[in-house]
Design a binder for this molecule. Structure first.
Ligand code: G
Ligand code: G
Ligand code: NA
Ligand code: MN
Length: 254
C-alpha cells in the first residue's frame, strides 16, 4: 500500500493519537494547560510524527478530517481533565494552513466546543505567521470570527516566519510563542538572548501572553523568568505524554 492509501485508511479508522505537553505558568510553577500534539499510529512504523505526514495530509486534503478529529478529541480530553481536577485547564490545538482556510472551520470549532462542553475560552488555536500573512485580510476575518466564538489565538513558532510587526497589532491574537530555535541558545548566545528578550517585551507591550517553547534547561527557564516571560513549555517541564501519563504527571506536581 502506498503511504497516501495508508493515511486514507488511518483517517477511516481514526488511527491517530494525541499526546499532551504541559504549559507551565513560570511565576507560579503551575500547569495551566497543554498543547495537543498529533501522532499517527502506524501499523508497522509505530507512532509517526506529524512533521512526517502533515505535508502529505495537506496535499491530499486529508488534513481537514484529521484536524477535525484532533480538535474534537482535544476538547473532550480537556473537559474531562477539568472535571476530574475541579479546575480549568486550557488546551492548545495546532491548525494547518488548509484547515485555517477551510470555510467550515468556524462551524467545526463550534461543534467541538458544543459536543465536549468545553468553554470557548479554554481552547487556544495555534497558527503560524505564514498562515496569517498568506492572505492577510481573509486571515484577519477568520481570526475575528474565531475570536467572536471566544477561542484564543496564538502565533506559533514566532520569529521564524516572515512576520510584519505592523500586522501583528492588527490581527486579533492573544499569545505569542517564541520559537524554540531562539530559546535553545539562551542564555549563552547573546544574539538569541536578545531576540528572546525582545519578543517577550514586544508581546507584553501589545498585551499578549508570551510562551517560550522548547525549554530544556533550568538556565533557560531562569532567563525567561527574569525577563518576565509568562509561560514555558519544553522537555524540562514535561515531554509530550499520552493522556493518562499527562494527568498523572499533573497530579504528582500540584
Ligand atoms: O510533536 P512534534 O514535534 O512531532 O510535532 C511536529 C510538528 O507537527 C510541529 O510543528 C507541530 O506544530 C505540528 N503538529 C502537531 N500536532 C499537530 C496537529 O494536530 N495538527 C497540525 N496541523 N500540526 C500539528
Ligand atoms: O511547531 P510546534 O511548536 O507546534 O512544535 C512542537 C514540537 O516541539 C512537538 O513536536 C514537540 O515534540 C517538540 N518539543 C516540545 N518540547 C521540546 C523541547 O524541549 N525540545 C525539543 N527539541 N523539542 C520539543
Ligand atoms: Na510551536
Ligand atoms: Mn504548536
Amino acid at each position: 500500500l502506498q503511504l497516501v492509501d495508508q493515511l486514507r485508511e488511518a483517517v477511516k479508522t481514526e488511527a491517530f493519537e494525541l499526546h499532551y505537553q504541559a504549559k507551565v505558568d513560570i511565576a507560579s510553577g503551575r500547569t495551566i494547560g497543554a498543547e495537543a500534539l498529533l501522532r499517527w499510529k502506524h501499523p508497522v512504523r509505530g507512532l509517526v510524527s506529524p512533521a512526517e505526514f502533515i505535508p502529505l495530509a495537506e496535499e491530499t486534503g486529508l488534513i481537514v478530517s484529521i484536524g477535525e478529529w484532533a480538535l474534537r478529541t482535544a476538547c473532550i480530553q480537556a473537559m474531562s481533565w477539568s472535571r476530574s481536577l475541579d479546575r480549568w485547564l486550557t488546551i492548545a490545538v495546532n491548525l494547518s494552513a488548509k484547515q485555517f482556510q477551510d470555510p467550515a472551520l468556524l462551524e467545526k470549532v463550534r461543534q467541538a466546543l458544543a459536543c465536549s462542553g468545553l468553554p470557548a475560552s479554554r481552547l487556544e488555536l495555534e497558527i503560524t505567521e505564514s498562515m496569517m500573512m498568506h492572505k492577510p485580510d481573509e486571515a484577519a476575518a477568520t481570526m475575528r470570527a474565531l475570536r467572536q466564538l471566544g477561542v484564543h489565538l496564538a502565533v506559533d513558532d514566532f520569529g521564524t516566519g516572515y512576520s510584519s510587526l505592523g500586522y501583528l497589532s492588527r490581527f486579533p491574537i492573544q499569545c505569542l510563542k517564541i520559537d524554540r530555535s531562539f530559546v535553545q541558545n539562551v542564555p549563552d548566545s547573546r544574539a538569541d538572548s536578545t531576540i528572546a528578550r525582545t519578543i517577550v517585551s514586544l508581546g507584553k507591550s501589545l498585551g499578549l501572553t508570551v510562551v517560550a517553547e522548547g525549554v530544556e534547561t533550568q538556565a533557560q527557564l531562569d532567563f525567561l523568568q527574569q525577563h518576565g516571560c509568562h509561560i514555558a513549555q519544553g522537555y524540562l517541564l514535561g515531554r509530550p505524554l499520552e493522556s493518562g501519563q499527562f494527568i498523572e504527571q499533573l497530579l504528582g506536581r500540584n
